[in-house]
Design a protein around this ligand. Sequence first.
Ligand SMILES: Nc1nc2c(ncn2[C@@H]2O[C@H](COP(=O)(O)OP(=O)(O)OP(=O)(O)O)[C@@H](O)[C@H]2O)c(=O)[nH]1
Ligand SMILES: [Mg+2]
Length: 359
Amino acid sequence: MIIQDTRKYCEYIKETEDKVNKLYDSLNSSIVSEAAKKDIESIRSKIFGELVVIDGKLDDGDLIMPSDWEKRKQQIDDLLKELEVKVNQGDRIEIEDFWTNSNFLFVADPSPLVILFGQAASGKTMALIRLTQYLWKKGYQVVPVKSFRPPYDKQYNAICESFPTMCHSQYAVARTMGCNFLLVKVIDRQGRTVCQLMDAPGQWYFDRNMPQTGLPACINRILGLPNKRIWLFFVEPHWDDCNTRQMYVERIMQMRSGMLLKDRTIFVSNKTDMDPHLFLKDGMPDKNMIFRAIKDQYPNIFTPFENNNPITRFFRKYNFQFVPFSAGSFTPTNTGQILYTMSNDVYPNLLWKAICNSV
Ligand SMILES: Nc1nc2c(ncn2[C@@H]2O[C@H](COP(=O)(O)OP(=O)(O)OP(=O)(O)O)[C@@H](O)[C@H]2O)c(=O)[nH]1
Ligand SMILES: [Mg+2]
């Protein structure tokens, strides 16, 4: 029978325990669903189960069959790999969980909530940044609300910290950075909160592959708060194909049916800079032409917002404001980044005026 000194196995056990504990600790700094936590916990106890069995037999100087040991070691190594994969899947788990868990976003302030609503890459975050740059110039404070996310979301905290740098950056915000949800408060010179601007990932609002999916639970909970809501519906001339645009129209109609009387709507026709023929001779966007382009390309988009009041409908056909917008121009560089040049103040000025009319 072949027997062997177990000292090196004791060292292996110690190392494995340290690795497992370190991996497990890192969970506390990421958001992981309950189901995933259970999964991870079961792998962890399997590893410790294996270790305890071996460890039970191991006192310094004890002996063990190498063939036995090699089998156990392989099992532990495999489990450790599995644990590592599970723990590192944090992001995916997090996104899935937003659909079922309502406690991932918190809005405590009762001031009006401006919801930037649009599909992925419609320009919501860049619009927020452009508006912030404008508001700073006008003497407002634009302050990220740290309590929007639970304190263990370290990434969100880092985004809040770097928000001013992000707004001064000459590059477009990298969507991979995870800056896709953010709550900022706009505070005037008198220290009053005018409103809160809420940015969230576009795929939460509309996903062309799953147009029927409901909103995530955390958004639904926020929409149930008593705050006045100002809906900024992002649209874009020539976006995607007509089927997708139609599905987006249906999504907006669905949102419209849940709106309260005190809610206000602003259609933001974004990226107008990309359509040179929608401009007047003086270089300003032709609002009427842009409005018609959106109306034609997104059939019935404005129908649910028609003004049915028997008197006012003669001088105001719709119950919303329409704002042409552009955050600026975007030039890809050969380093893979996108160089960002701010748009004319006229755009954030129009948008801010529309928001002020609504709060
Ligand atoms: N030409 C032009 N491009 C824009 C404008 N705003 C945004 N973009 C482009 O669209 C990309 C996405 O913009 P974001 O602001 O990150 O889009 P988003 O809606 O926040 O996307 P999600 O966070 O994925 O929902 C940018 O990197 C720019 O390339 C604009 O005003 N004009
Ligand atoms: Mg975004």
